[in-house]
Design a protein around this ligand. Structure first.
Ligand code: C5P
Length: 312
């Protein structure tokens, strides 16, 4: 008989898009894209304990920025039924035939609406936590199917590491970085709505320039070890669709580059920007040199997505 834990603690890791090319809109309203996802050390923590029935969620914010808090807009995550943790728990219970419920506590450290995949990571963590709490062995395929129903980035949040993402971001080819790296993530006070960013891209159509070449390129890098600078060749289509925030973005990239990071670029649809800290450079030096009010996070690349940190 499977022993059921009384408490499960899951780390939900944020992601970067090392490169992200958006293609045309599809009949289902989503866009085809080609991206390289990378898990990073910045993570939320989801704790689950059993309940006889129903799901509850408490959220606590923890500021782990080296500097700045990132602004109130990044701190508000939807409470109640709209939160992806509860949506994921309900869907997992339905698909896996789980009768009991769970009380969740989420320690939120990943800024929301910034392109770091925090909501997707929390959803993936809820799938893993609920299965572990009920001692269920749900196949990887089923978990990935549940994840894809919750959002385009949730399947990656589940498998983590480094992966090429195709389709709407849910067709994954795991790969590996040739070198792990450290990065500085800078989060401005303004946020981006992902559906709105896709709408802007459709209007400007810059994203479609060279789409087929970028798609072929992304298809060719799957399954081989990958240099971060190669992934960066995909660019990020959303940089051309930032509208009124374009000059803030350019200023942020310039200030990060002057402070000593390599290739600053947008992650996801933004607003967070990240840059690689070269091996010979101390993170402290970059942080001290950086002028500006953006929240700064220091992160390193990770080889897994969600992972169970404790089970008791
Ligand atoms: O899948 P997810 O819930 O993250 O997507 C949020 C919204 O972003 C979708 O409703 C869609 O408008 C847009 N989207 C898209 N193409 C993708 C991913 C997301 O158009 N590949």
């Amino acid at each position: 008989m499977t022993v059921r834990p009384r408490r499960v603690v899951v780390e939900a890791r944020a992601k970067l898009n090392l490169g992200l090319a958006v293609g045309p809109a599809r009949a289902d309203g989503f866009h085809d894209l080609a991206t390289v996802f990378q898990s990073i050390s910045l993570a939320d923590t989801l704790t689950a304990v059993p309940r006889r029935s129903g799901f509850t969620l408490r959220v606590r914010h923890e500021n782990v920025a080296l500097r700045g808090a990132g602004g109130a807009a990044h701190l508000s995550v939807p409470a109640g039924g709209a939160n992806l943790v509860l949506q994921a728990a309900r869907l997992t219970a339905e698909c896996a035939g789980i009768r009991g419920g769970a009380a969740f506590e989420l320690v939120k450290r990943i800024p929301a609406r910034s392109g770091l995949g925090g909501g997707s990571a929390d959803a993936a963590a809820a799938i893993v936590a609920l299965c572990a709490l009920h001692g269920l062995r749900v196949s990887r395929t089923t978990r990935l199917e549940i994840a894809a129903q919750l959002g385009s980035d949730v399947p990656f949040a589940l498998i983590g590491g480094t992966a090429v993402g195709l389709g709407r971001g849910d067709r994954l080819r795991p790969t590996a970085l040739d070198q792990p790296f450290r990065a500085i993530v800078a989060v401005p006070a303004w946020t981006v709505s992902t559906p709105e960013a896709f709408r802007q891209l459709d209007l400007v159509k810059y994203g479609l320039t060279g789409w087929k070449t970028k798609l072929r390129f992304a298809q060719s890098i799957g399954r081989r070890r990958l240099g971060e600078s190669r992934a960066a060749q995909l660019g990020n289509s959303f940089e051309a669709a930032l509208g009124k925030h374009r000059s803030d973005f350019e200023s942020l990239c310039d200030r990060l580059a002057d402070a000593g990071v390599e290739r600053p670029r947008l992650t996801g649809s933004g607003s967070a920007v990240f840059g690689i800290v070269p091996a010979r450079v101390a993170v402290r030096t970059v942080v001290e040199r950086f002028p500006g009010g953006e929240a700064l996070f220091v992160v390193r690349t990770m080889r897994t997505g969600v992972s169970i940190a404790a089970r008791s």
